[in-house]
Structures are given as structure tokens and as C-alpha cells.
Design a protein around this ligand. Structure first.
Ligand SMILES: Cc1cc2nc3c(=O)[nH]c(=O)nc-3n(C[C@H](O)[C@H](O)[C@H](O)COP(=O)(O)OP(=O)(O)OC[C@H]3O[C@@H](n4cnc5c(N)ncnc54)[C@H](O)[C@@H]3O)c2cc1C
Length: 324
């Protein structure tokens, strides 16, 4: 991609045959739960799978970088935004189907809604996800988990569209799932459909369990401020990242509009007007203080993406990187 004007000209070429919705210079702060992030050159919501595949092929032909975002609940987007195309799976990818204990759903489904859907059908295995504000595709990419459950336990296969616009199916064992990790963090591919296998359970008991966990989240998490959930991975050992941050005296510490939550030390909240630069500086400050006081190097769980000054190349989830 050449200069900015060149990029926009190329965008017109690739949107010509696009049947979905698209916006130019779309503020990513509208698409992240932190409410932070500069504009994406093009924000595209494909009409269906063929439209998505065509868009990817045209990006490839024109050398325009692309990446996919889900619900933006684990993303820090740079203040300068994202050069290239940001793809978001909308309602066209939100179908769900139940066949006995097998649940098949589109990558754009809301994870918490899917958890409730499964529980209403008396199925167990996805209820852990009731309080996770993710899309199904993002949850698979991140191997989201909570309360002892995780996507890796229930995912049997994943259909993706790869960087050449081809559909491929990965079996669960091929996904390289590990703690908050999957192969999709190093591979350029978009989850369009997921096959899960659940087990029969007691609907009322599952509903009660979910309500308890949601109440616990409301009590322990600063949900009144924009946030991206836990910022750091729990390191091996007995202390959680939150406990280490608290021990290091960083609870409440702020840089600009970004603050280590007073309620949950592993959350960074946007107290108003926080920039990506504020959050990055705060992440670095927390890591340095925890290392100095506890001797443990925290790794960030959040995906940092976008234009931090130079040209961003690549795409998919590949040009996003984890700090730490
Ligand atoms: C209040 C709150 C509570 C949270 N609690 C938890 C929790 O309990 N457990 C937990 O694990 N996480 C939690 N999170 C973090 C977050 O919800 C998860 O990491 C989630 O998996 C991110 O999904 P997303 O759709 O928002 O993805 P995004 O944040 O949009 O993207 C995350 C990554 O996934 C990739 N991606 C997104 N969609 C696709 C797709 N269709 N195909 C391929 N790659 C894709 C993106 O490129 C990016 O690299 C919480 C976040 C918040 C704000």
C-alpha cells in the first residue's frame, strides 16, 4: 500500500464488488469495549461467506492488509488507527443450529447469547461463557475461558476462510489450543463457523449457576467503566496477576485517562478520554513495578493492533502482537 491517498483509491477498487456494509475512516473506538482506537481505513461487514472470500481475495490481489475484529473486547487499537481493511462478522454470520448435543454456530454469534441458548436447551459445557462479552470467532481465537471452562473443551471443528479466500476446516486437535491461545493468533484466517459438542445437564441448576457467576462478576469487576477484561495472563504459581499487581501497590495507579481499577487490579479502566498511548504506558508501568517488587514478568493478554507510527503490513491476527 502506498501513501494514504493511494490506499483510499485502492479501497474503492476493492469495495466495488462488495455486497456488504462498509465505512471509511471508521473510528475503532466504536468497536472496542475500551472505547479507544483511531480510524480504520475501511471497516467492512460482509454480506455472506462468498462476499467475505471475495473481499479477502481482492485485498490480496491489491496488496491491501486486512484483519478481523470480533466484539473488540480484548483489543487495544492504536490512536492512529488501522491502515487497511478491518473485517467484522455481523448478523450474516450469527446463525446457530442444534442437533442433539451438537451445536453449530457462526463466528459472529454473541458468545454470552450462545451460552444462554445452550443452557435453555438443557446443555452443559458453554455456561462458563455467560459473562464474556465476546463473539464466537474471537472466543475461539483467544481460547476464552472462565470458572474452569474453556472453548478448547467443547470445540470439535472450526471452519475458517484463509488468506487466499479458501474455506478450510480444522479439527479441535489441530487448533493448538492452550491457555488463552490458539493457532489463529499466528495465522491469517477468519473463523466463520464452529462445531461444538456439549453434554446433557440440568437446565435449572445451570441457570442458577450462571446467575451466581454473573452476580460475582458484577461485584468483582469494574463494569461501570469501559475495559477489556483481564489485561495480564495469570503467571504459573499461586498468585494471580491481580494479586501480584495489588501487592506491587499499583491498584488505582493512573496514567492519563487510564487507571488500574480500584476494584479489580487486573483490569485497566478508561476513566474518560484514555488513549491507547495511556494504556500502553500503564501496562509497561505495571509490568515494571511487578517485576521489581515480585520478580515476576507479567505477560499481557490483550491484543495490541494498528498503526503505532510506521506502516502496518500483513493482516489477519498476525500483525497484532502481544506485549510482553
Ligand atoms: C468485561 C470483560 C470480561 C471478560 N471476561 C473474560 C473471561 O472471563 N475469560 C476470557 O477468556 N476473556 C474475557 N474477556 C476478554 C475477551 O472477551 C476475550 O478475549 C474474547 O475471546 C475476545 O473476543 P472478541 O470477539 O471480543 O475478539 P476481539 O477482541 O475483537 O479480538 C481478539 C482477537 O481475536 C481475533 N478474532 C476476532 N474475531 C475473529 C474471527 N472471527 N476469526 C479469527 N480471529 C478472530 C482478533 O483478530 C484478535 O486477534 C473479558 C472482556 C471483558 C471486556
Amino acid at each position: 500500500m502506498g501513501n494514504r491517498q493511494g490506499a483510499l483509491t485502492d479501497m474503492t477498487q476493492i469495495t466495488r464488488d462488495f455486497r456488504g456494509q462498509w465505512m471509511q475512516q471508521e473510528p475503532m473506538s466504536r468497536h472496542t469495549t475500551w472505547k479507544i482506537g483511531g480510524p480504520a481505513d475501511l471497516f467492512a461487514i460482509p454480506a455472506d461467506e462468498a462476499d467475505l472470500a471475495g473481499l479477502i481475495r481482492r485485498c490480496r490481489e491489491k496488496g491491501i492488509p486486512w484483519m478481523v475484529v470480533g466484539n473488540g473486547s480484548n483489543l487495544l487499537v492504536a490512536d492512529k488507527g488501522i491502515r487497511g481493511v478491518v473485517i467484522h462478522l455481523g448478523r450474516a454470520f450469527s446463525d446457530r443450529r442444534l442437533d442433539d448435543r451438537r451445536l453449530t454456530a457462526g463466528g459472529g454469534c454473541a458468545l454470552s447469547g450462545l451460552a444462554r441458548f445452550a443452557v435453555r436447551a438443557g446443555l452443559q459445557g458453554l455456561e462458563f461463557a455467560c459473562g464474556i462479552p465476546a463473539s464466537l470467532g474471537g472466543a475461539v481465537a483467544m481460547n476464552a475461558g472462565a470458572h474452569g471452562g474453556a472453548m478448547e473443551n467443547i470445540v470439535r471443528w472450526v471452519d475458517v476462510i484463509d488468506d487466499e479466500g479458501r474455506i478450510r476446516r480444522y479439527r479441535g486437535e489441530e487448533m493448538d489450543f492452550a491457555y488463552r491461545h490458539s493457532r489463529l493468533q499466528r495465522e491469517k484466517a477468519i473463523v466463520v463457523r464452529v462445531g461444538m459438542e456439549l453434554r446433557w445437564g440440568d437446565r435449572e441448576a445451570l441457570e442458577r449457576w450462571m446467575e451466581e457467576k454473573l452476580a460475582l462478576r458484577r461485584k468483582s469487576q469494574p463494569l461501570e467503566f469501559p475495559n477489556a477484561g483481564s489485561v495480564f495472563l495469570n503467571p504459573p504459581g499461586s498468585l494471580s496477576a491481580g494479586q501480584l499487581i495489588e501487592e506491587a501497590g499499583m491498584k488505582g495507579f493512573a496514567i492519563g485517562g487510564a487507571q488500574v481499577s480500584e476494584r479489580h487490579a487486573n483490569f485497566i479502566v478508561n476513566r474518560g478520554g484514555a488513549t491507547a498511548a495511556d494504556v500502553l504506558a500503564l501496562i509497561d508501568a505495571v509490568r515494571a513495578r511487578v517485576l521489581a517488587t515480585c520478580g515476576i514478568e507479567l505477560q499481557s493478554e490483550v491484543r495490541v493492533i494498528g498503526d503505532s507510527g510506521g506502516q502496518v503490513d500483513g493482516g489477519g491476527t498476525e500483525d497484532s502482537h502481544q506485549r510482553g
